[in-house]
Design a protein around this ligand. Sequence first.
Ligand SMILES: Cc1cc2nc3c(=O)[nH]c(=O)nc-3n(C[C@H](O)[C@H](O)[C@H](O)COP(=O)(O)OP(=O)(O)OC[C@H]3O[C@@H](n4cnc5c(N)ncnc54)[C@H](O)[C@@H]3O)c2cc1C
Length: 549
Amino acid sequence: MQFSLSSRDKIISKLSEDHFDLLVIGGGITGCGIALDAALRGMKVALVEKADFASGTSSRSTKLIHGGLRYLKQLEFKLVRDVGSERAIVFRNARHIVIPEKMLLPIIKNGSLGKGPTSLALWVYDYLAGVKKEEMRKMLSKEETLKEEPLLNKEKVTAGGIYYEYRTDDSRLVIELAKSAVSHGALCLNYAEVDALIYDNSKIACGAKIKDTLTGENFDIRATKIVNAAGPFVDLIRKTDQSLYGKRLQLTKGVHIVFPYEKLPLQRAAYFDVSDGRMIFAIPRDGITYVGTTDTVYNQDIDHPHTSLHDVEYLLKAVNEMFPSISLSAGDVISSWAGLRPLIYEDGKSPSELSRKDEIIVSPSGLLSIAGGKLTGYRLMAKKIVDLVAKDLLSEAKNFPASSTQTYQLSGGEFQSDEDLQEFLTGIVADVANQYLPNYFLHRWVFRYGRNTTQILEHAEALRTRFSDSEHVALAAEINYSYENEMIVDETDFAIRRTGMIYFDKIRLDRNLTFIHHYFNDLLYRSYAEKGVALKRFAEAVKEVTDFK
Ligand SMILES: Cc1cc2nc3c(=O)[nH]c(=O)nc-3n(C[C@H](O)[C@H](O)[C@H](O)COP(=O)(O)OP(=O)(O)OC[C@H]3O[C@@H](n4cnc5c(N)ncnc54)[C@H](O)[C@@H]3O)c2cc1C
């Protein structure tokens, strides 16, 4: 079935009529990873997400597929090894959205590590994470470090190291997973909230009551197994299941702030010490530089984590100390995002000390809850929990094969090598048929949609004569693709979770906002009232990322 708002009614009918092997609650990286793993094994899968896909933590991370360098400090060697090898797998399977990035680690006077220990730590990291030879760490003198990044504080820096991180677009990774799961038969629906679980006579969870949050209507989904992958909301579902005892979540908030590149023109991404003993990233990318993150205990509204002025001041202080010639102020921040880490509570530990390991909790009703973990480790988490589901389904005389996600390339990521990806990009840029489109979009699309870019180009060709401005043709083509294939309901989903424009391309977004609103109004045949609702929702989303209280 088409993964589109236009198929929503049909999807809801099927969800309420059929019986599923597995119902997944939550459309973040964890839930969508699980849906794909299960669908590839041949299970009949349903997934519901109460807002948009990736609208929870999975669009609010540092956007790195990392080898977990910081876990070395906590001596979590197995975690470093697991995420390191996973990083290589995610890279092979989604090359278009997982890009190797050299990271500079400046060593500073009175910092957390000297040059010798840093060199050793990076060596251990390379070894444990199975880092490729050409990406192994390189230690630098003070002069070499300052040459890599002249804006660094010359008084503080004593040396440096280079190692590799892989940057990604977290919400694109989620959507490519969802699209892949759907292409293997899973039914995945956003704006569909689990209100309550349904139990059989033996008090085993066998379904859920769902509220369609777009219409307010209700329907039921029946399934043999239910997995709770609700991220920061995992304990709320466990509470509904009356099984919230023993292990619990501890939420911590992490904030990132965005500057125009000209305001923080770093040559290289950097991971550096802050005076309180923590470390933060500053990452230049696509015309902006973002800085993060914070790590503070969070007990407020889970639906709306917000960047506070205090968060902004903390990050500004850190960045101004490390890059003193820049003198950034709150007025330079053009966007931000705040996310909640769903960590497992441990007595007496500070937010930064809490383990990032994942945990599966099995309740007496058979509900499986999964929490903790990282974006990077989503595939292993999915494999682990779907193995449990498969084991349970054996009692129904259903025998499913082992996970096949290790070598499965995600939607758009069907490239054999970097050269293959480069050749695809060069072909698209060089094709005379595409010359009327701004080069900028051609590049963006390849690193956003991979091979699916060809479908956007087909839309662009069909729209070419409709708009005189080529930027409008490109945006309309991208919206059409997103509407037909990525289950957007409006411009808010498009600008935040499908394109990241609200963070990475805010100036282009602002410039084309009226066009985008009008295009959506026409595409969705909106009434006057519906136009107002869409505008209000968009304005609230902008306020959330730009208003720091
Ligand atoms: C600041 C920060 C930086 C990070 N940086 C990195 C990084 O660089 N690399 C990395 O590997 N990891 C990183 N992480 C960790 C990573 O982002 C998370 O581990 C991961 O995104 C969690 O995904 P999830 O699917 O479990 O949760 P979520 O993404 O929150 O998904 C859960 C979903 O469940 C939905 N839901 C909740 N209740 C219901 C209901 N009743 N019915 C239906 N749906 C429901 C929610 O709407 C939500 O979308 C970072 C985390 C934070 C906070």
